[in-house]
Write a protein of this length. Structure first.
Length: 516
């Protein structure tokens, strides 16, 4: 037998339990819960063990421990729990409608090697609100050649807990909540009446699974700070009410990047989240590993009362010498007005542009200057590279990040190709080490010879110098959709120039894209 083994069990239960007991349980409780009444509100049974123990059982190294589990499962079935299972803690089922259908139970003992016995057997029930109920066994289990450990633990549980489970779903606990005045309808009315800044609005998660809920949330400025309000979509929706606080945002040194105290599905706050905002998008990143994208649903472009002088901006670059420009789809999404600055290096004049073709899935768009523009001596100096770029090759990025604090002068960052795949193995993108910031979106990525190899579209929040660019092969697919086949430059005049000389020529062809 191994040293002390702690089994973590999860009981998800729809029946109420009134146990025949010879004594009352001792417990530590935040609100003096009655154990019998509490247990009446839980539903199914899922016996959970820690990772190390599960591994030892799967390897056949802990047969006595697996017999303990079987004994507990047998007991739970006997008193009326349905669909009893067991597994690792990390694999706890996600398809329940309330976490308070869940009671966690730990079972532990001390090994007595001299007498070959289980001693100090303890079980602790833990509610969704962390109330603890502890049971202790007065007698040990002594192991002989004839001992059936499964039966012994089944019987031990019977003596410790009792054996009858009644049902009363009205007893189900509720998680603590922090309510606001806001509902989806109130938020919409507020935004229509008072306008919304670029961050405020109603957002919806773009993906739904058992692991990731399709949350709909509202973001509203309260006392000069942003609050994320839960509206709908939680997998455990019985635990959440429209208007509860989902997160509170704290400013960082980078505009539109916030640290978030995000409430998990059990409403415990987790401060390892970061949120960044782009035009029409909210990116939620957990510890720099997991990312989910929320799409802004409201205010829409037709209903927004955002102040006229508030403009979002990104970067774009010339595709042809007659006014076609490449940028990101998310830069121009929902725009009612698009202005282009920096043509021929001049920022004193802005030109109107319209959207020609878009590729939402690959975050690409091609726009075109509508105003009369003289294209004399307007010869694009770079070409689109036709073959993939290798890992380790030097690259550089041009764009207009953080204009409010950094100004309108073009900014250069450089690095290498870190990977031929992007976030979570995305084959449409390169991962690069060149730093980027909000405003770089839609900018060009060049190799050291000045060949266009990608379009900047994302930064990995929480990771140092990890950025992503869409490969130009996907831009070529979009070019094929243009109503008239464009004339693309096929001579690269930059390849023999130094980096500084390359930038001097390129700054005439990399633009600020302003949208309202």
């Amino acid at each position: 037998m191994k040293n002390k083994i702690l089994l973590i069990l999860f009981l998800i239960v729809s029946a109420v339990s009134v146990f025949s007991q010879s004594f009352k349980p001792s417990y530590q409780s935040n609100n003096s819960l009655d154990f019998t009444k509490y247990l009446s509100g839980v539903k199914y049974a899922y016996v959970m063990v820690n990772d190390d123990f599960a591994k030892s059982v799967s390897n056949g190294d802990n047969s006595s421990g697996s017999e303990v589990i079987l004994g507990v499962i047998s007991y739970l079935n006997a008193i009326g729990f349905d669909n009893v299972k067991w597994g690792k803690e990390a694999n706890t089922p996600k398809d329940f409608t309330s976490l308070c259908d869940l009671v966690r139970v730990s079972i532990s003992w001390d090994p007595d090697y001299e007498h070959n016995a289980f001693t100090n057997i303890r079980l602790i029930f833990i509610s969704c609100n962390e109330d603890e109920f502890e049971f202790l066994s007065e007698k040990n289990i002594v192991i002989t050649n004839y001992t059936d450990i499964k039966t012994e633990f089944h019987n031990k549980c019977m003596k410790m807990y009792g054996y009858k489970k009644d049902n009363s779903p009205h007893q189900r606990l509720k998680l603590d909540s922090e309510m606001t005045e806001w509902t989806e309808q109130k938020l919409k009315s507020h935004f229509l009446s008072n306008g919304a800044d670029p961050i405020e609005g109603i957002y919806e998660n773009s993906v739904q699974s058992l692991e990731m809920a399709k949350y709909k949330v509202g973001i509203v400025k309260i006392d000069n700070d942003y609050t994320v309000v839960y509206l709908s979509g939680a997998n455990n929706y019985l635990d959440w009410e429209e208007g509860e606080v989902k997160a509170k945002l704290t400013e960082t040194a980078t505009p539109r990047l916030y640290k978030a105290n995000w409430k998990m599905l059990n409403k415990e706050e987790n401060s390892n989240f970061y949120i960044s905002f782009e035009t029409g998008l909210m990116n939620l990143v957990f510890q720099g590993i997991e990312k989910s994208v929320y799409i802004k649903l409201f205010p829409t472009s037709s209903t927004s009362k955002m102040p006229k002088d508030i403009a979002n901006s990104g970067t774009g670059f010339a595709l042809t010498s007659n006014g076609y420009i490449v940028t990101n789809y998310h830069v121009i999404e929902g725009a009612s007005n698009i202005k282009v600055k920096g043509i021929n290096g001049s920022f004193s004049t802005s030109y109107n542009a319209k959207v020609i073709v878009t590729d939402k899935n690959n975050d690409l768009a091609i726009i075109k200057i509508e105003d009369n523009l003289h294209y004399n001596n307007f010869k694009i100096p770079y070409t689109i590279k036709s073959i993939p770029t290798a890992v380790g090759e030097n690259v550089f990025v041009l764009g207009y990040p953080l204009r409010a604090s950094m100004g309108d002068e073009i900014k250069l960052t450089n690095g290498i190709i870190s990977s031929k795949t992007g976030f979570q193995g995305d084959i449409t993108s390169y991962q690069i080490s060149a730093p980027i910031q909000p405003g770089n979106s839609g900018g060009p990525l060049f190799d050291k010879f000045g060949n266009l190899i990608g379009v900047i579209n994302a930064k990995h929040i929480g990771a140092e110098n990890v950025s992503y660019a869409i490969k130009v092969s996907y831009l070529k697919n979009l070019i094929d959709l243009l109503p008239t086949e464009p004339t693309l430059n096929n001579i690269n005049v930059l390849k023999n120039l130094s980096l500084s000389d390359q930038v001097k020529q390129l700054n005439k062809f990399v633009y600020i894209i302003e949208v309202k």
